[in-house]
Design a protein. Structure first.
Length: 258
């Protein structure tokens, strides 16, 4: 726990330095032709949409973007939603419009999403409740309060934080049946995530969803989007085809970075 806390504090310090760089919308310049690529480069990949957590912005994904780019992902997109956003449903609708624009611009029929914390909950609501499973092939969540987290009750004055509390209307909507949902879910949860109370709330437990829950040991909440071991796990999750999802879930269920 002491090591995980120290790492989270180091990540926070670095992120505060980078935070201003992520406040503006990203530029969509194509990667240079001469950029060094690792052996997976050139394979067809759906665009990857990166969705940050509460009171954050796209700068949290600087290292993950670099990792994905070096391993052959050519279309990487980030969406900044305002910290004044008061409703997960409204943020999910904005995400849906953003994804439609990405598909029209890139020519891809599907995207993958990586969502950290609240970002994962927004993406899941889009997939389950707004028909987003027609567009989202794989949704990867990192430290997302799928069943609500009791820590949100400490700062529940903000409306969107109240929606992350156990038993909220949004959490209850996500418990409803979702027959035929086409998206594959991969949920990374950490046994040292002090913002997820209890830590198992970051797991997805739903009978209608194709889910791989991945337990991470040795790091905290803030380190999930930046740790190289988690980045490796994300790359594996985004490489698995839909038909291989259950076999992958049986084969890769946990890893430790302690």
């Amino acid at each position: 726990m002491l090591r995980a806390t120290a790492l989270d504090l180091a990540v926070l310090a670095g992120h505060l330095v980078l935070y201003p760089s992520g406040m503006a919308a990203e530029r969509r310049d194509p990667p240079p032709d001469g950029a060094p690529q690792l052996p997976t480069a050139g394979r067809a990949r759906p665009p990857v949409v990166l969705l940050h957590g509460f009171i954050d912005n796209r700068s949290v994904f600087v290292l993950l973007r670099r990792s994905l780019s070096r391993h052959g992902w050519r279309h990487l997109e980030s969406l900044n939603y305002s910290p004044l956003t008061c409703d997960i449903r409204a943020a999910a609708e904005l995400l849906g419009r953003h994804i439609e624009e990405i598909c029209a611009r890139t020519g891809h029929a599907e995207v993958d999403i990586v969502g950290h914390s609240l970002g994962g909950l927004i993406a899941r609501y889009y997939v389950q409740c707004l028909g987003g499973d027609a567009r989202v092939r794989t949704l990867v969540t990192l430290g997302t309060p799928h069943a609500g987290t009791r820590s949100a009750q400490l700062i529940s004055a903000h409306p969107i934080v109240r929606q992350m509390c156990p038993g909220s209307d949004v959490v209850e909507e996500l418990r409803r049946p979702a027959p035929g949902c086409r998206t594959r879910f991969v949920s990374f949860w950490s046994d040292l995530d002090t913002l997820m109370v209890p830590v198992e709330t970051a797991r997805i437990d739903h009978p209608d969803l194709t889910v791989q829950n991945v337990r991470v040991s040795g790091i905290g909440h803030l380190a999930l989007p930046v740790h190289p071991a988690v980045a490796n796990g994300i790359r594996q999750a985004l490489t698995v085809e839909k038909a291989e999802g259950q076999e992958a879930a049986d084969a890769r269920g946990a890893f430790s970075v302690a």
